[in-house]
Design a protein around this ligand. Structure first.
Ligand code: ADP
Ligand code: MG
Length: 394
């Protein structure tokens, strides 16, 4: 078991909490503050226990000097302050005298938010390449390091692995909960267990397919990736998205796990991906040469429903259609309805899948929505997660 924030006496100590405040911001306005709200439990616990709280996070990607204005964490500081009903001092530096002075003057229960850790990427990608000196420097600002950023747990960055290598450390509540809930999908999942995979590409999901196929009873495949599978199964997929170099992989999986992999039997097609364009319902042996498959069809939904209705565990990653475009959202929307009407333990992961759940107002009906897109997939692949591995054992 990994140490958590609860394993430390925090009183009077400087606690560096690595949060995931990577929220959508447009013109200084936060479009969705759910990631910030999810981090409150750990922050409040630290305040309650008389810590001096130093918060860090990345936001977006910083490639040019101009990106800095767009991706400053300043609006996050304001939002946090409102949510906590408490002063949050934002320091517009990732290192330097101003920051050090502010930290030295902290009293118990004070909160400081440091500027976007990725500002350090402008100078030789120091944050993203886990520059040793930077990790050491940030660690020197605190007494204990708490990692509560699940979204970057699969990355080796200075603000997670780097600091953790140089300080006593533990996990925050958000990461602890993610691990507990995602573990249920790989260790003794309640059966029947069905996985839904969609999204554009097979190549993004190969690791997950390979690791979970032995644990799940069925994998239902939709979205763009279904067409590489359908092609591998010998169907004519018209102009639908297809990864030629993955056809052999799909063939192997289909041969080996014939009964487990369930492919669409009908799809919604169009001549191009555009709103208000003429759409057709096609059985998969009827797709015409100049058509793209852009959503699963109603008969496929019926089939998928049969595999989901009695499930005890369901995991879903990747929209089954181009839900962002009107006319191609039905499959994803209906599947959300189907899974939330079951009694199953339902977990949804992936940035776009999450967006779909939000758009169609199902987020409160899902047992667990993972905050990490790539991180949750990496966890389920069973690969080593550097920023988690480094955390001390109890
Ligand atoms: P997540 O972010 O949840 O992991 P992905 O990034 O893998 O999901 O995939 C999401 C994208 O897949 C969406 O933007 C969606 O438009 C696209 N997609 C879904 N179905 C299709 C399709 N039939 N053809 C092309 N793209 C598709
Ligand atoms: Mg995505």
């Amino acid at each position: 078991m990994k140490k958590t924030i609860k394993d430390y006496d925090l009183s009077g100590k400087k606690i560096i909490i690595r949060c995931d405040f990577n929220v959508p911001i447009d013109g200084g306005i936060i479009k969705d503050d759910s990631r910030i709200r999810k981090s409150l439990k750990t922050i409040k616990y630290a305040i309650k226990n008389n810590a001096k709280v130093i918060l860090m996070s990345h936001l977006g990607r910083i490639k040019t000097e101009e990106d800095k204005e767009k991706y400053t964490l300043k609006p996050v500081g304001k939002c946090l302050s409102n949510l906590l009903r408490k002063k949050v001092t934002f320091i517009d530096q990732t290192r330097g005298e101003k920051l050090e002075k502010a930290i030295n003057n902290m009293k118990n229960k004070d909160i400081i938010l440091i500027e976007n850790t990725r500002f350090e990427d402008l100078d030789g990608k120091k944050e993203s390449n886990n520059d040793q000196e930077l990790g050491k420097y940030w660690a020197s600002l605190g007494d204990i390091f708490i990692n509560d950023a699940f979204g970057t747990i699969h990355r080796a960055h200075a603000s997670n692995l780097g600091i953790a290598s140089n300080l006593p450390n533990g996990l925050g509540f958000l990461v602890e909960e993610e691990i507990k809930k995602l573990t249920k999908l790989i260790t003794k999942p309640k059966k029947p267990y069905t996985i839904i995979l969609g999204g554009a590409k097979v190549s993004d999901k190969i690791g997950v397919i390979s690791n979970l196929i032995t644990k799940a009873d069925y994998i239902l495949i939709g979205g763009g990736m279904a067409f590489t599978f359908l092609k591998a199964a010998g169907f004519n997929i018209g102009s639908s998205i297809c990864e030629k170099e993955k056809i052999n992989y799909c063939k192997e999986i289909l041969d080996k796990y014939q009964e487990k992999i369930i492919l669409p039997i009908d799809v919604i097609t169009a001549k191009e991906l555009k709103e208000n364009i003429k759409t057709n319902e096609r059985f998969i042996n009827e797709i015409e040469e100049d058509e793209l498959g852009l959503d699963i069809g109603p008969r496929t939904l019926e089939v998928f429903k049969q595999y989901l209705d009695d499930c005890k565990t369901i995991f879903w990653n990747g929209p089954v259609g181009c839900f962002e475009t009107k006319g191609f959202e039905n499959g994803t929307k209906e599947l959300l309805k189907i899974i939330t009407n079951t009694k199953a333990y339902t977990v949804v992961g992936g940035g776009d899948t999450l967006r779909a759940a939000n758009t169609f107002n199902y987020e409160n009906k899902i047992s667990h929505i993972s905050t990490g897109g790539g991180a949750s997939l990496a966890f389920l692949e069973g690969i080593e997660l550097p920023a988690l591995k480094i955390i001390d054992e109890k």
